[in-house]
Design a protein around this ligand. Structure first.
Ligand SMILES: Nc1ncnc2c1ncn2[C@@H]1O[C@H](COP(=O)(O)OP(=O)(O)O)[C@@H](O)[C@H]1O
Ligand SMILES: [Mg+2]
Length: 230
């Protein structure tokens, strides 16, 4: 049920630091719990606090593949789950002009003509996978029904192909800038993590990690100024 090689909260911290992510106690604890319990992690907070980066770091730290669904207004099942490659299907039908419709039909609704999108890709992946559903609040509410379904049993039914069950459960990270509340049902399914702006000390360490050539006094001043502006 659990995910990843994490043996303790400190282990999460150390592994994330190894791949360039400095986690606060709250972040490391929640990641550890979500991974151990096999629950999706819902990360909320303002832009730039490291929500997206956290899932990249978790994937790298656990040698998992990162599969990303970027949400936007209008993202739908065809973009999130799968769709059929209509152009290729048409070509196939045209090429096999002499055969019966039944023959053509069985052929064009097969694996070769399927375009898997991130949710299906993550479910079918044989390798350990981190599924990032990024900026979930930008998608329309309707997509949450689909997410609930997929996160509920980690299986997808493609009517023409049958039911595809996950070989391994991906570690799911949903992020949100909280431009709107996600549905109660979706929130209930997840462990919730709020990342706020970092404490000055953590922020200094992040800046030093990202811009090591910057002189220490200047780093301190930059962090103080940015904090004052917030
Ligand atoms: N705790 C952290 N440790 C290391 N880098 C961080 C941390 N938090 C944020 N960053 C850096 O800040 C930048 C913005 O992070 P990002 O994940 O894109 O923010 P968000 O998705 O919350 O808007 C990235 O370059 C990331 O590397
Ligand atoms: Mg982001």
């Amino acid at each position: 049920m659990g995910f990843g090689p994490f043996t303790s909260v400190d282990d999460v911290k150390a592994r994330l630091a190894d791949v360039g992510y400095l986690a606060s106690d709250a972040v490391a604890t929640t990641v550890y719990l979500a991974a151990t319990l096999g629950k999706p992690l819902l990360v909320e907070g303002p832009a730039g606090v490291g929500k997206t980066e956290l899932s990249r770091a978790v994937a790298e730290a656990s040698e998992a593949e990162l599969v990303r669904l970027q949400c936007y207004e209008g993202v739908d099942e065809a973009r999130a789950l799968y769709e059929w490659n209509h152009a290729k299907q048409l070509l196939r039908i045209t090429a096999g002009r002499d055969e019966s419709w039944d023959e053509a039909r069985t052929d064009i609704f097969s694996e070769e003509f399927l375009l898997p999108r991130p949710l299906l890709t993550a479910i079918r992946n044989e390798h350990p996978t981190v599924l990032l559903i990024d900026e979930t609040d930008k998608a329309d509410v309707e997509i949450e029904g689909l997410l609930l379904e997929v996160l509920g049993d980690f299986q997808v039914t493609v009517p023409e192909l049958g039911t595809i069950v996950a070989k391994q459960r991906p570690f799911v990270v949903l992020t949100s800038n909280a431009t709107r509340e996600l549905s109660e049902a979706l929130r209930r399914r997840c462990l919730f993590l709020h990342i706020g702006f970092p404490e000055a000390e953590l922020e200094e360490r992040i800046v030093r990690l990202k811009v090591p050539e910057l002189d220490a006094t200047l780093t301190g001043s930059v962090v103080r100024v940015v904090n004052a502006l917030r």
